[in-house]
Design a protein around this ligand. Sequence first.
Ligand SMILES: *Cc1c(COP(=O)(O)O)cnc(C)c1O
Length: 379
Amino acid sequence: MKLATKFIHAGTEPDASTGAIMTPIYQTSTFVQSAPGVHKGYDYSRAGNPTRAALEAAYAKIENGKFGLAFSSGVAATDAVIKLLEPGDEVIASNDMYGGTYRLFTKIFQKFGIVFHFVDMKDANNIIPFINQNTKLIWTETPTNPLMNIIDIEATAFIAKQHNILLCVDNTFASPYLQNPLQLGADIVMHSATKYLGGHSDVIQGCLVMNDEALREKLFFIQKSSGAVPGPQDCFLVLRGIKTLHVRMQRHCENGEKIAHFLYHHPKVEKVYWCGFENHPGYEIAKKQMRGFGGMMSFTLKDDSIDNAIRVLTATKLFALAESLGGVESLINHPATMTHASIPKEERLKNGLTDSLIRLSVGIEDADDLIDDLKNAIG
Ligand SMILES: *Cc1c(COP(=O)(O)O)cnc(C)c1O
C-alpha cells in the first residue's frame, strides 16, 4: 500500500455497532462485565480502550511495525523504554537530542542506578568504545534536535545487533512519512505524537512501535502498570491528524526547502543547519534513509550576540515564538533558553548549540509569506 492510502486508512475500520466511519471517542473508564472476567475485550481504560486500540493499530501500520503503544506524552513513551532496564544497566545515548530526553535520563533515571553515556553518533563507530557487558540500550534521534545532524540508523543497528543491544530511535523529527527506523534495523521507534503525527498543536501524546512480541508484552506491562496512558479524546485527535500526515509533510518539505535556501543566501545569516543541503555532512545518509528533508532547521546570525537573536525571535509575525514543532503553523524557538534550557551550558556549547542558534519549525502556510516574515525580522 502506498503512503497516502496507508495514512488515511491505518487502524480505522467503520464502527461495528453503528457504521460510523470515524472511530468513536469511547469516553469511559470502565466496561461492564457479564460475569467476573467475562467481557468484550476491555475491562478498564488504563489497560485498554477501543479508541486507543484503533490508534495503536494505526501507529503500528504507519511505522511498518507489528505493535503500537500509545502514551500520555512523548516523554512518557521514553520513560517506558528506560523502565525495561535494571540498576547497573548502561545506555549509550546521542549527545545531541531533545532536552527533555536528556533531563529524564540524567535527572530521573540516573539516580536509580542506570548509567548513561552521551556520545557523538554522527559516526556510528564512536559507539563501540562505550559498549560493555552492561550495555542494554542505544538511544538515538535523527535528524537531531536542534542541530539537524544525521545518524546512520542502519550502521547503528548493525553495531547494536552484533552486541545484542536494543536500539530505540526517536523518529519525531522525520515522522513516518520521511523515515521508518524499524526497516533500517531498529528494535523500537518512539514518537512525540504531539508534533507531526497530531500535526495541529492541540494534543500531547507519545508512542512506541516494535516488531518483537516479547518486547511488546514487556512494554505493554509497563504502560498498564505505570499508567501514563492518553485519554480517548486525545487518541481521536491523533487518529485524525495521521489522516493528513502525507499532505502536510509534502508541504513542510517544500516550504522547508524554500526557506533553507532563502536563509542560506541571506547576507546576515552565518550558518543554516538543514539536512537537505548537498554540503551537509549527513546529506548522503539522509538521502539514503529519508524520503525528504522535512521542515525543521536551525540557523545562526553573523552578529551572534544573544541580543540579536532575541531581536529576530521577537520580530516575526507569522512565526510564533513557542516551544514544540510539527504543527501546521510555523514556530520560531530559541533552544538555549527554551527547548534545551535543561542541558547545562558547557554541554550545549561542546556540541555546538550556541546562544545565538535559532530553530524553525516551518509550517504549511504560503512559503512567500513565511519568507517575507523572516526577511522583515532579520532586517
Ligand atoms: C517534543 C519531543 C519529545 C517529547 O515529547 P512530548 O510529547 O513533549 O513529551 C521527544 N523527542 C523529540 C524529538 C521531541 O521533539
